[in-house]
Ligand binder design. Structure first.
Ligand SMILES: [Mn+2]
Length: 368
């Protein structure tokens, strides 16, 4: 309401997708993030109306579709415009959605229209305790699944088998869905940043890039671990891996209130440039670090919020340097999820080992 000042916001819920006409990944309903952020509800056909007035007589109205007993025989009970909705949301004024079209124009004559996206994005950028608890849960589910994957991976396994192992771990521990399609890129597929076909048979000596995230309570993790399929890095793989890891650590060390994502990106690239030696040939390895270092993380994997915003406690970002050498079929990315705290930062995804020796120790007893 404070961000609106004087105006009316209409936030519709998401529509139900059709498996025939939309070809969704799956047929479940996922709520519009901004609607969920403001209401905590999953209700197709609903709208939230916020009316902010200069005199402070603010109004919040939740429009919910009437219950349909015939439809409920197929898809189960739904929340209707009744007192239960007030109890769940804290919104006193709940009305039937059939009234919305006639009533919304009466809240006031619009002088100009603008998108609400930026205003809600600014709110979503700084997470509260409940949001951070959801993120922690999503991230713990993800790192546990990556630990399982480390125990399961072996030469001869297909990428999709490793994908299935990880996603089984997600679902088994309560994740509602994936935050994004799982990237399981072995050998040469590791250099394709968003490779998600996952159809190659993994070979002895390969590395496999696993970039995955469980979604829990509408918040998603985004963690990448690159591991040797045979359980040990080659000397060459280890040298490149250690540079990516040290670059990531330099950037993570710089995360604190007051800095920003462009500054962290510079820290990472400066570090990698200075420590490349001749590891990547004539050019420095920065030439093969072909994506950004960080993005915001939250309800969306690439969460909303201004890229240039100054870091403050409660923001959550990824730190994910990589080096991709197509000529060698060698791709390495390490990605962690980092919470900005008053003192500096906390790595939320430290449940999955990152150091090469820790990964090898973890795998040594599990790989035949
Ligand atoms: Mn990411």
């Amino acid at each position: 309401m404070a961000k609106l000042g004087n105006g009316i916001a209409v936030i519709p819920s998401a529509r139900v997708r059709s498996i025939e006409s939309d070809y969704p990944q799956d047929s479940d309903y996922r709520e519009n993030n901004d609607f969920f952020y403001l209401t905590g509800l999953e209700t197709p056909g609903a709208s939230l109306v916020l009316v902010a007035r200069k005199d402070g007589r603010n109004q919040a109205v939740l429009y919910l579709p009437a219950r349909d007993t015939v439809a409920e025989k197929w898809t189960g009970p739904k929340l209707g415009p009744e007192p239960e909705a007030t109890r769940l949301t804290g919104i006193e004024d709940v009305r039937a959605a059939s009234r919305a079209a006639a009533e919304i124009p009466r809240y006031g004559a619009p002088i100009r229209m603008e998108s609400l996206e930026g205003k809600i994005a600014a709110l979503r950028l700084v997470k509260d305790g409940d949001e951070i608890a959801r993120l922690r849960r999503a991230i713990t589910i993800t790192t546990n699944a990556l630990d399982q994957a480390m125990g399961a991976v072996r030469p001869g396994m297909w990428e999709y088998e490793l994908e299935a192992t990880i996603e089984y771990g997600f679902r088994r521990h309560g994740a509602e869905r994936l935050g994004f399609p799982s990237i399981i890129g072995s050998g040469p597929n590791g250099v394709t940043l968003h490779y998600d076909k996952n159809r190659r048979k993994m070979q002895p000596g390969d590395l496999v890039v696993q970039d995955v995230g469980a979604e829990f309570g509408y918040y998603t993790a985004d963690v990448t671990r690159t591991i040797p399929v045979s359980g040990r890095f080659t000397e060459r793989q280890r040298a490149v891996y250690d540079l990516v890891l040290a670059t990531q650590q330099a950037a993570i060390d710089a995360v604190r209130p007051g800095t920003d994502l462009p500054a962290l990106n510079r820290v990472a690239r400066d570090y990698m440039r200075e420590h490349s030696g001749n590891l990547c040939g004539a050019a420095t390895c920065v030439s093969y670090f072909t994506h950004g270092l960080s993005h915001w993380l939250g309800m969306d994997v690439h969460d909303v919020g201004s890229f240039g915003a100054k870091l403050q406690p409660g923001m959550v970002l990824t730190v994910e340097p990589g080096i991709y050498l197509p000529a060698e079929g060698l791709g390495i990315r390490i990605e962690d999820d980092v919470l900005v705290t008053p003192e500096g930062h906390e790595i939320l995804s430290s449940g999955a080992p990152r150091k090469a020796t820790e990964i090898e120790q973890f795998m040594v007893h599990k790989v035949p």
